[in-house]
Ligand binder design. Structure first.
Ligand code: SF4
Length: 357
């Protein structure tokens, strides 16, 4: 239980009034725009999100526009932001809201939290921000702040319900919008993971972690399991002036994005044979372009990249398995296709090698 909630609330709100960040989703009450911002902000920092948010709303300003948009347009707008499931969920949810809710964004927690990609904290953030409803939030930053305030010293897996209770107790029912935004700001700008800036914190006097002398010890962040390392072999396949792009399947990692054909292999020395087996004798490997490394939140990847040409008519190419679509595209037109970061790295490697020859 938190002592003197009224004081904590008023101190935080006064601090927010003085120092709150000027963010574009704070100047609107449009639930669609706020929903987009909250999904973009999941596991992504504000400064990364800002240009994406502005571009997204310029192209898809309303829920109706998103519902009517082609998936390629949606993925292109998200390109580089990562965790692409978020974009596909937004798209799916917009189509659902357009047909099942006449395009009206719901005001009710149960209906919002049932949307694809919206968890309890995101629903709370949308509803408090758009409609000023008293719904608590608990994103990673807020978890850190409240666990420090009350010195919750529990493993991450067991801390959830205690931290939700704290966030609910703290929430100011008179000003839920500003309170939640202030809490987010406090976590993002003051109560930092490694070096919390306690001397400028409005909750310094009440904070038990600060009083312990080791505030950084309290974070209740789930421990990440070690990331496996995978090997890929990728190939640039040329036919006349075009190069083959393939579209990933509809489900799974990077679903629906375009990339250069590739295969997973057990070790690097299997790459060449694996390509030749997958594509057959019409694939003529002409050299190696190099290696790239790429990191996902859950996975590390090393990819060997080969250059090649296709020796028969392009339409005869059928492998590798699992491809959703294929397109022979001039390098000048690659930018029309939404690609993951790893494909952009391969494209850069290819262009650098072209400049050297
Ligand atoms: S006093 Fe320090 S540890 Fe406590 S909430 Fe403020 S910044 Fe975080």
């Amino acid at each position: 239980m938190i002592a003197d909630q009224a004081r904590l609330r008023s101190d935080l709100l006064a601090w927010y009034a003085r120092t709150g960040r000027d963010l574009p989703w704070r100047t609107t009450r449009d639930p669609y725009a706020i929903w987009v911002s909250e999904i973009m902000l999941q596991q992504t920092q504000v400064r990364t999100v800002l240009p994406y948010y502005k571009r997204w709303l310029a192209v898809l300003p309303t829920l109706k526009d998103l519902a009517a948009a082609d998936e390629q347009v949606v993925l292109k707008l998200w390109e580089g932001l990562g965790y692409y499931t978020r974009a596909r969920n937004l798209h799916r949810a917009a189509r659902y809201l357009w047909t099942a809710h006449a395009g009206v964004f719901p005001h009710n927690f149960e209906q919002v939290v049932a949307l694809p990609g919206v968890g309890r904290s995101t629903a709370g953030a949308i509803l408090s921000s758009a409609f000023n409803l008293p719904c608590a939030i608990l994103d990673a930053n807020v978890r850190r702040v409240v666990s420090r305030l009350a010195a919750v010293d529990l493993p991450a897996e067991r801390a959830g319900s205690a931290l939700w209770q704290l966030s609910e107790q703290l929430l100011d029912p008179a000003y839920p919008r500003d309170f939640n935004q202030a809490l987010m700001d406090l976590g993002a700008t003051v109560c930092l993971p490694r070096r919390p800036l306690c001397p400028v914190c409005p909750w310094q006097e009440a904070c038990l972690a600060h009083q312990s002398g080791q505030p950084e010890r309290f974070s209740t962040r789930p421990r990440r399991p070690p990331r496996p390392h995978r090997y890929l072999v990728s190939v640039i396949i040329r036919s006349a002036d075009t190069i083959l792009l393939v579209r990933r399947p509809e489900r799974g990692l990077l679903a629906g994005l375009w990339e250069f054909p590739g295969l997973e292999v057990d070790s690097e020395d299997q790459g060449l044979d694996a390509l030749q087996t997958a594509f057959g004798p019409a694939l003529q490997i002409t050299g190696t372009l190099g290696r790239i490394q790429h990191e996902y939140s859950h996975l590390r990847v090393s990819a060997q990249v080969f250059n090649s040409s296709w020796q028969t008519a392009p339409e005869t190419l059928s492998g590798p398995p699992g491809i959703r679509e294929k397109a022979w595209v001039s390098p000048d037109a690659w930018s029309d296709y939404p690609m993951p970061q790893i494909a952009h790295k391969i494209a850069r490697l290819y262009r650098e090698c072209q400049q050297l020859t």
